[in-house]
Design a protein. Structure first.
Lengths: 594, 33
């Protein structure tokens, strides 16, 4: 029994990061009464991200000030069903953003669009390479939307976020300087590209010399003063170097705080409640209709919030966990392949190519903006012939400098001692003269990579933790080796020529290690599809099982992409919000009939 | 010193000067040089 029962609202939004903020303002704009529930604390640019306190690597990076406390709730991890999963007790491979703004506070701002081949992944590969090209254990499937369908919504997100970039394909016409592989876009980015820092210039020239097609990274970091469609104002980035893992003190990086929340807070039909941890979506006796949610407030009281629409907009893993805890949909069973909730958990596979230059080459690595730089897509998606390569997927290859934070970002050549005077000497020698090319690669979905509830470990409220069963597969190992050696060729072609080039790409056969940070781009578990038996939600992110529940975020990705997820997450959320506003509200029920 | 300028955190005018050595020393969070 709840201690408190709140008056009913039209919609309750769970989680106030990007998807929750988009969903809340779009539904509030439509006149609905909306409550936003955020388990973490409320935060704003001022005072929470104010200079100079924000320029503190130890507090925000090593001590994870903006992240969820793992002592309160975490995930358990194992590589294979034969292992016992253990709780993640210290952050490593990925991070759980906490508080208002969520991961939209600490992201770098990369804002890509998916290609049509990526969205039609299985049918595209079957058509081009034959059905036998896809391994039996690879459970990839097509997205239920095309690039053309998503275009207006990618556009919407980019104009809300003030994305800086260079178009490569305007309405089917190639545009010089942009990405020649991009799906047609209807207009330019909201802002021109950010200025190019020196490392990115070196990379760009070398990549072009080798025949690749480098272009400015699409960055939701303002290159100029900008006012977005909600009336929010962004100011130009000053390349402070405190972007990734920090809140932006300059109002330059797009976040729910800089782009949406002040406009949303002014609406009388919206209410934000922070420190409100949703533990369950409540269902009526039929199990086919949600009646609202139950949450625990800051005083530990159980609160029931009735609502006609429930929008799950928490982090990818937490959305999946809430579905499992609430009994919405059938949990996935890897033995039979039946069930859908928890299916197709995926991640990304990244590599780094550190480059060490002579002392007369001033890299100045502290001059950084989270996502400003140069990238090429020549080995991303299906932009190249996979036939002779024997893998599926691809990577973006890029040179951006997010900052020169000395604790975590100082590069030293292979063989340097990990500590002591040898390490200090190497940092002093290389700090100003090194940077890295990065690759970020897709990870396919597989029958035995999935999420379910842990049978042993519980959170602070006594509820089962989410359990991740995930390991690397040879497909991704081959991909990363291929693109990393191509990237090293670019590094060696740079002028001035580097003194040395390293390749940190692991090796095929490596097992997943939750230790080193890679990226927070975890996906799947509540995937979108065209049928209830292959997916959790339809193309409008609507639960097949409980049609007044919508589930937004990277949990909807059927498999992961090589690009950063946020552009697609934003586009899918706007796509869903439009369907709710224009179709669902007139006739509440399933938006896709099967 | 490795060349990290600490909390200066304002380099827009230096992005357009590729390869030039940044001249200023470090500043602490408290503002000490």
């Amino acid at each position: 029994m709840a201690n408190i029962r709140k008056p009913k609202v039209d919609a309750v939004v769970v989680g106030m990061g990007w998807t929750g903020s988009i969903m809340a303002i779009e539904l509030a704009d439509a006149g609905l009464t909306v409550v936003g529930l955020e388990r973490g604390e409320n935060r704003d640019t001022y005072p929470d991200f104010a200079y100079p306190k924000i320029a503190d690597e130890l507090t925000y990076v090593q001590r994870n000030k903006l992240m969820q406390s793992l002592a309160h709730e975490t995930v358990t991890i194992r590589r294979h069903a034969s292992e016992a999963a253990l709780p993640l007790r210290q952050y490593g491979a990925f991070l759980f953003g906490d508080g208002v703004g969520g991961s939209g506070v600490h992201w770098n701002g990369f804002t890509y669009r998916a290609t049509d081949a990526d969205l039609k992944l299985r049918s595209h590969y079957e058509q081009r390479y034959g059905k036998d090209f896809i391994p039996d254990d690879m459970t990839i499937q097509d997205w239920p939307v095309s690039a053309a369908e998503l275009e207006p919504f990618y556009d919407r997100f980019e104009y809300v976020a003030g994305t800086s970039g260079q178009a490569g394909n305007l309405n089917g016409q190639p545009v010089s300087g942009g990405n020649p592989f991009e799906a047609p876009r209807s207009r330019d980015y909201a802002l021109p590209p950010l200025p190019t820092a020196y490392p990115s210039m070196l990379f760009e020239q070398a990549a072009r010399d080798l025949g690749h097609h480098p272009y400015p990274t699409p960055a939701s970091i303002a290159s100029k003063a900008y006012t977005n469609p909600y009336g929010m104002q962004l100011g130009p980035c000053n390349f402070c170097g405190y972007c990734e893992l920090f809140g932006c003190y300059m109002f330059s990086k797009a976040s729910p705080q800089t782009c949406i929340l002040p406009a949303l807070a002014r609406k009388p039909n919206f209410e934000l409640r922070d420190r409100s941890a949703v533990v369950k979506v409540n269902l009526d006796s039929t199990g086919k209709r949600a009646t609202g949610v139950t949450y625990i407030d800051a005083q530990g009281r159980t609160v029931e919030q009735p609502a006609d629409i429930v929008a799950l907009c928490a982090y990818q893993m937490h959305n999946v966990r809430l579905l499992l805890l609430s009994g919405i949909g059938k949990p996935y069973d890897p033995a039979t392949g039946e069930g859908t909730v928890g299916k197709n958990y995926a991640y990304q596979k990244n590599s780094k190519i550190p480059i060490f230059s002579d002392k007369d080459v001033a890299i100045n690595p502290f001059i950084g903006s989270g996502s400003g730089g140069v990238v090429y897509d020549d080995f991303n998606a299906d932009n190249f012939d996979h036939g002779p390569l024997n893998f599926i997927g691809g990577t973006i290859t890029f040179a951006t400098v997010t900052g020169g934070r000395p604790i975590a970002q100082a590069l030293v050549p292979p063989g340097t001692p990990k500590w002591g005077s040898g390490w200090k000497k190497a940092v002093k020698e290389h700090y100003l003269h090194s940077f890295a090319i990065s690759t970020q690669g897709s990870v396919m979905s597989y029958r035995d990579n999935y999420l379910d509830l842990d049978p042993t470990y519980k959170d602070a409220y006594g509820l089962p933790l989410l359990r991740m069963t995930f390991d690397w597969k040879d497909n991704e190992g081959r991909m990363t080796q291929f693109v990393s050696h191509k990237a090293a060729d670019v590094a060696r072609a740079m002028n001035p020529k580097p003194k040395s080039v390293a390749i940190n790409a692991g090796k095929p056969g490596d097992h997943f290690d939750a230790g080193p940070y890679q990226s927070t781009h975890t996906t799947g578990g509540a995937i979108a599809g065209d049928r209830p038996d292959n997916s959790v939600v339809n193309k409008y992110l609507q639960s097949w099982d409980v049609p007044n529940v919508f589930v937004a975020g990277a949990c909807s990705f059927p498999q992961n992409l090589g690009i950063n997820p946020t552009g697609t997450i934003g586009a899918m959320t706007y796509y869903a919000a439009k369907a709710i506003r224009e179709t669902y509200l007139k006739n509440p029920g399933p938006l896709v009939q099967v | 010193m490795i060349g990290f300028p600490g909390t200066r955190a304002d380099y827009l005018d230096w992005v357009a000067q590729p390869g030039k050595v940044y001249p200023l020393g470090p500043v602490t969070i408290e503002g000490n040089t």
